[in-house]
Write a new protein. Sequence first.
Length: 386
Amino acid sequence: MKVLSLHELGIDDRLRLTLESSFSHHGNLEAELAPFIQTLEAHAGDWMPEIVRGSRNRKYTRASVWKALVEQRDETSASVALYRAAPPAVELCLDLWLSPQPAELSVWLDIQPTSCFSEVERSRRFVDMVHEWATQYPVHQASAHSMADRELAGFPHFGREVEVSRRDGFDKVYEVCWLNIFGPKLVETVGRERVLSTPAHRVEELPNGSVLLVLRPTAADFASDEARVAQARAHVHLRPDLDFDTVLRILRERSAALASVEPRFHPDLTPLLSRLPDEVAISARQRKIAELNAFQPPEPEEWLPVALPPDVENPERYKRDLIDSHTAPALGGTWIPRQNPEESQVRVGQRLWLPFLRARRYMESRQSLLTHSLTQFFREAERHRS
């Protein structure tokens, strides 16, 4: 059963939810997680997971979830992952830490693309789902937001050393996301009245003293200027030590960095360049596309105007044994072999091309894969064929 990978949908952003909570563990994981699964089924709609991964992939059923938990359990923990086979892509990971007490539940949910949540009703159902989870399992902290924008914000360390971040956790409001649950400790630090009076679309106190805060009706328009103004106002309200204009400027810079850029790559390099944006973080992909759009490779220099004569014994046999049976059918032209492979030439049109010299330069560095592309070399020779 094939899982639809989040990487298969190209460079689309995704909505990422992270949630940390506690739960009462008395040995019966099926009973303890049943409310979580029931809430998921009630609210997910068309992004409902279809595949359960344990020791192998199975079609989604509650029974397959319980079976996977048994397969992925040891003395101190258990886990299960849920996916889809068709768009939208989904990855939902549940990690349960059973010892030492109290037991902890970590939820990691990615839904791609973020544009799934451009409708008010679908976004509301997502918020209601998280709200129910937070009432069933006391939440320490949670957030849902664009993954790309989270990366630009510096999640989860926010510029702190990793050890400091792990020690202090969310000791202040480092960022305000589309959806937030501020844990009881942070709420008391900021001030409960201040948190509950935050200017936002929805602010609600939860049974364990946490506060749910949703900035806007929809998740997908997080980068719009209206959304950024709302985000800055909420953040400065919760952090009076911050300057509104500075916060808003940074948010607008993030929106600019995420603005969609249409690929317009050099035609000789399009097959290669079109694959490179997938190799960088989602938050850097639009910037990478713009960089590759501007890239113009130098014209190939690996050619001669006049041929070097063959210097191998029996050139015809050399060509027949080493070239005609393999290389010539691929490249065409007339070969002139030399003892030094980098001097071996292919006559195409009025030029003598040096493919082995080009290949050596191509392999010198990561950058030379672009500046000395073999595809570009081949296309240039094609243009000189007549």
